[in-house]
Design a protein around this ligand. Structure first.
Ligand code: ZN
Length: 118
């Protein structure tokens, strides 16, 4: 019985952590244009929370910070985003490194044409 209580507590903890991570990333985005260092601080906090309770940072949020230097990324401001061979290639201006993310759920032009002919 005690074990079950502990499990429920842990799940609740994780849910709250996910919520907090989302809020922190929203805030980081809002504050970035005025105060980039505060945005970076929010990213660090979100990452710390995720590591503490052992939850993953959602995929849509993962592309919002650099995986090398953990800085908040704003496309066109401090990072360059290109699509190549079904992957998103993101070049960070802070540490000058690339990070690659899979481009899932999208179809390339040739694939669409193949579908039409088939
Ligand atoms: Zn970087």
């Amino acid at each position: 019985m005690r074990r079950k209580v502990r499990m429920i507590k842990k799940l609740k903890e994780k849910r709250i952590a996910r919520e907090r991570i989302r809020v922190l990333f929203d805030k980081a985005e809002a504050v970035f244009s005025n105060n980039p260092s505060l945005a970076n601080r929010y990213v660090t906090l979100a990452r710390k929370i995720a590591m503490k309770v052992n939850v993953r940072i959602p995929r849509d949020l993962k592309k919002k910070y650099c995986k090398h230097c953990y800085k908040f990324l704003m496309p066109g401001v401090n990072c360059r985003i290109r699509v190549k061979d079904k992957t998103i290639v993101c070049y960070c201006f802070n540490c000058k490194k690339y990070m690659r993310l899979p481009l899932k759920g999208y179809k390339t032009k040739s694939e669409k044409q193949n579908q039409k002919t088939a």
